[in-house]
Design a protein around this ligand. Structure first.
Ligand SMILES: [Zn+2]
Length: 384
């Protein structure tokens, strides 16, 4: 039996059979979710105030969610303000050598700037990732703004630890698979095609290998329980660094695919013996899409569609973790992302490795900074 036949055989035995007579799925309430995400960009409930230091992630769910729905046009009037806000959160070390992004103005404003020890506040890698993704969702390339991409990549590299994992910020903080993924995604969004400038790729791949659990899934770090979120971060890192096949090999690949396939109950769950949860339609669905163990992987991910649609709030819009729960921007975004990966009609083509749409950037082909002055004036006058 060939390796591929063995895998298919193995997955077939492990796959739960779909219900015999499934009820017709609810429609996706696109107009409601559009309103919900647009509203999340302007007002949030008071209990979300604790997210103030990571407000960039809320912007990410809102802006990138509207992009999945094909409704980025709704923020056309606010776009300049949004880009200015993101630019304000760009920070560099005192010598300008490294750079990153903050998650909100709580930590940095023109008034408080002098109170910060700049070198220790060069941003947070998850905020740098979400800032670049927000710009992409608005069709803005980092090259079109006055960011120092080389300093941003040095900022990523400065966070890598000897074991290959990444700290969240220069001050230290947490270090696990989430930030390895953010590092690889930032590298790729800054055109570091194999991530070799922003990271020691061999060390990062070794960290992924050392985090594979006894059951074939991948944890946040060595000796930790495998989980849908950390498994996605690890596999997406291998895909972004173009090391997927080389690092996993056929045996680990087979065990990993089996672990993912077995996460589908009514919806996808994050760990064995846990109930389904909307966000894992993306975390596990995207992992399977990157691994592509069989041709009909989209149909398999679509097995969670009814569950995801049941979690929609038909009054205020948005999706929640479970049926009859309060919707939130994270589950709305990841639920829509999972449906997009399954090929749900009306949603944008989605990139499973970067967790953003594949919509191309409206990118300048030349840098404004190097244009001769007369070119610049000509461009302005002719409205190019
Ligand atoms: Zn969840």
């Amino acid at each position: 039996m060939s390796e591929e036949e063995k895998l298919l055989n193995d997955l077939k035995l492990s796959t739960p059979s779909p219900p015999e007579d499934p009820p017709p799925p609810l429609p996706l309430l696109i107009a409601k979710h559009t309103k919900y995400l647009a509203r999340s960009l302007t007002v949030m409930p008071s209990h979300a105030s604790s997210f103030d230091t990571s407000r960039m992630t809320i912007a990410f769910f809102g802006l990138c969610g509207l992009d999945i729905l094909g409704r980025s046009d709704l923020i056309a009037e606010q776009k300049d303000r949004a880009v200015e806000w993101i630019k304000r959160l760009y920070v560099t070390s005192t010598d300008g050598r490294i750079a990153g992004f903050h998650g909100g103005t709580f930590l940095r404003s023109d008034e408080t700037k002098s109170h910060l020890h700049s070198d220790a506040h060069c941003g947070h890698i998850a905020m740098t990732y979400t800032a670049l993704a927000c710009l992409k969702a608005m069709g803005v390339a980092p090259e079109d703004l006055e960011f120092d991409n080389a300093a941003l990549l040095r900022g990523v590299r400065a966070l890598q630890r000897p074991d290959g994992s990444f700290n969240s910020s220069l001050e230290g903080g947490e270090h696990d698979m989430r930030f390895v993924f953010c590092a690889a995604a930032v590298c790729r969004m800054l055109s570091d095609e194999e991530c070799c400038i922003g990271m020691d790729v061999d060390a990062a791949c070794d960290y992924v290998l050392s985090s594979i659990s006894y059951d074939g899934g991948i944890g946040q770090g060595p000796m930790q329980e495998a989980h849908g979120g950390s498994t996605y971060c690890a596999v997406a890192t291998l895909a972004l660094t173009r090391r997927l096949d080389k690092t996993l090999g056929p045996h680990r690949f087979r065990r990993l695919c089996r672990w993912c396939v077995n996460r589908l109950q009514d919806g996808f769950c994050g760990r064995p013996n846990k109930p389904g949860d909307t966000c894992y339609t993306f975390w596990v669905g995207a992992t399977l899409k990157l691994l592509r163990p069989f041709e009909q992987v989209e149909d398999f991910i679509a097995g969670s569609t009814s569950f995801v649609l049941e979690t929609q709030d038909s009054v205020i819009g948005g999706l929640s973790k479970w049926v009859d729960n309060t919707p939130d921007p994270l589950h709305t975004y990841l639920g829509l992302g999972g449906l997009a990966l399954a090929g749900y009609e009306g949603l944008a083509d989605f990139d499973p490795a970067l967790n953003v749409t594949k919509r191309p950037l409206i990118q300048s082909t030349v840098s404004w900074k190097v244009l001769p002055r007369q070119w610049y004036l000509h461009a302005l006058c002719t409205n190019h």
